[in-house]
Design a protein around this ligand. Structure first.
Ligand code: NDP
Length: 413
């Protein structure tokens, strides 16, 4: 049987540094990735960096990491970046448009692709990285939620190596039996336990949910993250997306994936084996740990993360999530059980609802009802080709916009 060690064309101790593309370089995961990479210039060379339109952020990264290519999807922003790079005599090629994301994910000089664009926009370049047989470091869970069957098929067909960056899935991967390959069912595992902090509203009275502001929702107690995933954590849709992600990555039925509230975010997840052993991965809540793990796997490298001080942590608490408080979690389980394009609909409706909430056009307590109505209002297809998935995404966005009474925006997928 092939093992993960045979896959992904990833030489250890290579003679020359491994080429890296960071998709979503200006974001929270992108910056943490580049922080780890900068600690190991002998191992990694940045080939391409991408973002949507953050010119200043990209310029700083170009100075620090000297990529060959910088992509800004927005064409005006790309033009401003080109001018700024010329003014500083930095010879970096600037590309624009969503197709440029796909191009830099598949370049021959690239060995590893960090997939850290937020939302459905990350799907096409992540699929391309898999199709080109790269080591795919997957933070963009939305891509897997939308197109899990297709994605895993591309990974298998092109001998890509898929390593999870989400701290929970990375923890589970670390606790899996030796030789485990993402997408296959692990031997001897009874269930996996996904931990969840419960976000900032774990104890807030339910009748205050309608008044929650974007600033409150984005103030996560343990993790410093982008705004969309912060809201997803507050509704626990993030955990719902992660349940779906876990089913694809670990080849398990959904009733073997259990969510456990653990407010300290020190245990990042656990694997419960048939012999009664429960293996867990612990660490400070800092994404540089899973990033460094996936970059160096199967070796270990310094990530810059402080050692865990268990005396300072003191205690570890666990409880079951309350479905009344977190209806989004139940919606995600239901979408997975429905199958086909239902998870793509769930994801797209959630993206629209979260964006509307962040822009002050939807109250926090209406996020779940908008998603539920979108799932009810879209016809669910088998989802076995990419076009069906993209169509499902677009229909869900239209239905969700109707629910909120806002104009639909075009999303380039
Ligand atoms: P951020 O919002 O911090 O960063 C998003 C990045 O994606 C930015 O570089 C942004 O560019 C770029 N981007 C946004 N929209 C587009 C688009 N339409 N086309 C191309 N690029 C785009 O997000 P995070 O880093 O927090 O999250 C990234 C992914 O990682 C998400 O899928 C999230 O669920 C996942 N994740 C994040 C964790 C975290 O701790 N942050 C933990 C686990 C998973 P620009 O800056 O120009 O807008």
């Amino acid at each position: 049987m092939a093992t993960t060690m045979d896959k992904g064309a990833t030489p250890q101790n290579p003679d020359k540094p491994l080429g890296l593309t960071v998709l979503g370089a200006t974001g929270s995961i992108g910056l943490s990735t580049l922080d780890v990479v900068a600690r190991h210039p002998e191992r990694y060379r940045v080939i391409a960096l991408t973002a949507y339109r953050d010119v200043e952020g990209m310029l700083r990264l170009c100075r620090a990491h000297q990529p060959q290519i910088a992509v800004l999807v927005d064409s005006d922003a790309a033009e401003r970046l080109s001018q700024a790079l010329r003014a500083e005599a930095l010879a970096i090629e600037v590309l624009t448009g969503a197709e440029a994301l796909v191009r830099v994910a598949g370049l021959d000089a690239v060995d590893y692709v960090m997939s850290a664009i937020v939302g459905a926009a990350g799907l096409a370049p992540s699929l391309e990285a898999a199709r080109c047989g790269k080591r795919v470091l997957l933070a963009n869970k939305e891509a897997l939620v939308m197109s899990g069957a297709l994605f895993m098929e591309q990974v298998r067909k092109h001998a890509a190596l898929l390593l999870p960056i989400d701290s929970e899935h990375n923890a589970i991967f670390q606790c899996m039996p030796p030789g485990f390959i993402t997408g296959e069912s692990p031997a001897g595992v009874r269930r996996i336990l996904l931990t969840a902090s419960g976000g900032p509203f774990r104890n807030m009275p339910l009748d205050q949910f309608a008044q929650v502001t974007p600033e409150q929702a984005c103030a996560h107690p343990n993790w410093d993250m982008g705004r969309k995933i912060s809201v997803d954590s507050a509704t626990m849709m993030n955990k719902g997306l992660e349940v779906i992600e876990a089913c694809w990555l670990f080849g398990l039925p959904v009733d073997q994936v259990q969510v456990v509230l653990h407010p300290q975010s020190v245990i990042h997840s656990l694997v419960d084996y048939q012999d009664g052993s429960v293996l867990a991965q612990l660490g400070n809540p800092d994404m540089r740990t899973p990033i460094a793990h996936a970059l160096a796997w199967p070796e270990r490298i310094d990530s810059g993360v402080q050692p865990l001080d268990l005396f300072a942590v003191g205690r570890l608490d666990f409880s079951a999530p309350d479905p009344k408080r977190f209806p989004c979690l139940e919606l995600a389980y239901a979408a997975w059980r429905q199958g086909g394009t239902a998870p793509a609909v769930l994801n797209a409706a959630n993206e629209v609802a979260v964006q509307a909430f962040l822009e002050g056009k939807l109250s926090f307590d209406r996020i779940a009802p908008v998603i539920e109505a979108s799932l009810a209002g879209c016809s669910i297809q088998a989802g076995d080709d990419l076009q069906q998935i993209l169509d499902a995404d677009q229909s869900a966005r239209l239905v969700a916009c109707e629910q909120i009474a806002i104009k639909p925006r075009r999303v380039m997928l």
